[in-house]
Design a protein around this ligand. Structure first.
Ligand SMILES: [Zn+2]
Length: 217
């Protein structure tokens, strides 16, 4: 974003923050639900300020405040204070917290059972987290509803490979094989000739404890 755009956005944002604070937060009734709602809105606007402020390069310099701090004329950030928001921290980015299914109930549909369903495109890789409680699915028609168990599924898509992890399974699939007829089997069910088709290396320790596997592309 360029300077003019950021300037404009920040101006609008400060207006909104002023509006909320003067209109709704000046009142002396902090116990009400309404107050809490506006308080939350104010906090969220504060987040937006953090984000916009990160993109400000303080083009117009700083002005002195009454308490002798120097703040940016555009974004209002104090000079020299490193207040980058967590999500954009250059060392380690943290977005959201780990959520798990949180109810024993079986919900009417997936939407109602959803705890979190979020996807992020991150430097070209797609990562999605789907957390839901148990629900009734009409996958096989309304007459044959089946119960889908609660679960947390994390899925990563990267250059034609889809890897998903949930409480019971670690699944690796190749995108290109979508729609093909699929078979499955444990290793010991397959013949050596068949096994030769699979470029998989198993990793294990001295006692044959399974440590992982590698797939050659
Ligand atoms: Zn600034």
């Amino acid at each position: 974003m360029d300077k003019e755009h950021i300037k404009k956005e920040l101006k609008k944002l400060f207006k909104s923050m002023d509006f909320i604070s003067k209109r709704f937060l000046d009142k002396e009734q902090p116990e009400t639900k309404e107050f809490q709602t506006y308080f939350n809105i104010y906090q969220q606007l504060g987040l937006a300020w953090e984000f916009l402020g990160l993109q400000c390069e303080h083009w117009d310099g700083y002005r002195k405040t009454r308490d002798k701090k120097e703040v940016c004329k555009i974004c209002g950030k104090v000079k020299g204070v490193d207040d980058r928001y967590l999500i954009l921290d250059s060392q380690k980015k943290v977005i959201g917290k780990k959520l798990m299914p949180n109810s024993k109930k079986t919900f009417e549909n997936k939407k109602k059972a959803t705890v979190l369903n979020d996807t992020i495109k991150f430097h070209g890789a797609a990562l999605s987290v789907d957390v839901h409680n148990s629900y009734k699915s009409s996958l096989f028609g309304d007459k044959h509803k089946i119960n889908i168990a609660d679960e947390r599924i994390v899925e990563l898509k990267e250059s034609g490979v889809v890897c998903s992890v949930d409480q019971h399974l670690i699944n690796v699939r190749f995108d290109k094989n979508k729609g093909k007829k699929k078979y499955g089997g444990f290793l010991w069910e397959l013949k050596k000739e068949q096994l030769k088709h699979f470029p998989v290396i198993f990793e294990f320790d001295d006692d044959y404890n399974f440590l992982g596997l590698r797939i050659l592309r």
